[in-house]
Ligand binder design. Structure first.
Ligand code: FES
Length: 277
């Protein structure tokens, strides 16, 4: 078995800036070694520890779907030493990843159901992976609704893809911004308000919600009021993590290690935990 502390060598295939403030950057990575590529099996919702020699390591949700075989995608918010160093990487630069780590969205439960995906800001990464995956097996699911919001149009992730999804007839896409600009013709309003306004039906449905804590705090009661039971609302927790494999105890809340038992949990599970997340 591969040593879980040993990074897998990868290199940068492509990078692109996602946001108008240039703080959100996407890296598409490829494996240096064919065997590593073949052995790297993951599902939407899982994450990796990305390491850079001399800088450190940090966890990131995988933003590509397992069906996108040509690269592994991560979107990095520039907030600290590792993320700043990642922003400076160029095509061909080498780095390391450990993973895939953690659990994933319970896609088996989603089969034959209506799915409501709710995202806010930068947290749309693993929701992109999930959406791509659901679309690849579109006939396995009933209605799919996406509600995604950012501060401004320029802060939305994966803009071209969002436009493609908006054009699809088998997908209901509601993109909203807190504040529009001259060219913005979409919705304006905070995510919880849009969820209330669009009122997705809880019947035969699962909801998946990822975003800043404040967005989740105000969206969750809206979903509950619409009739979604807590065990059918999933989220992905972002916690301070280090080892990523349940050894160091850094991500512990209640009886769970977020890195190993999560990061994906439903709200029936989270309701029983101390409110540290
Ligand atoms: S990050 Fe070490 S136990 Fe979770």
């Amino acid at each position: 078995m591969r040593n879980p502390y040993l990074p897998i060598p990868v290199k940068v295939k492509k990078t692109f800036i996602e946001s108008e403030d240039r703080m959100l950057k996407t890296l598409d990575l490829i494996f240096l070694n064919k065997e590593n590529k073949e052995n790297f099996k993951f599902m939407p919702g899982q994450f990796c520890e990305i390491s850079l020699w001399g800088k450190g390591e940090a966890p990131f949700g995988i933003a590509s779907s397992p069906l996108e075989k040509d690269y592994l995608r991560f979107t990095v918010n520039r907030v600290g030493i590792v993320t700043t160093a990642l922003h400076y990487l160029k095509e061909g630069d080498e780095l390391g990843i450990r993973g895939p780590l953690g659990n994933y969205y319970p896609i088996e439960f989603f089969k034959g159901k209506n799915i409501v995906i709710i995202g806010g800001g930068f947290a749309f990464t693993t929701l992109r992976a999930l959406t791509k995956y659901l679309l690849a097996y579109r006939e396995d699911f009933k209605d799919i609704t996406i509600i995604y919001g950012a501060r401004t149009p320029g802060m939305l992730l994966y803009k071209e893809e969002l436009k493609e999804w908006e054009r699809r007839e088998d997908l209901k896409v509601c993109i909203t911004v807190d504040k529009g600009d001259k060219g913005w013709q979409g919705l304006v309003g905070f995510v919880p308000t849009i969820v209330e306004r669009k009122a997705p039906s809880p019947e035969d449905a699962y909801a998946v919600i990822c975003g800043p804590p404040i967005m989740i705090k105000f969206t969750l009661p809206k979903l509950i009021a619409l009739g979604f039971p807590p065990e059918r609302i999933y989220t992905s927790l972002e916690m301070r993590m280090k080892c990523g494999i349940g050894k160091c105890g850094r991500c512990n809340i209640g009886r769970f290690y977020v890195c190993k038992d999560g990061p994906v949990f439903n709200y029936a599970q989270l309701e029983k935990l101390p409110k540290e997340y």
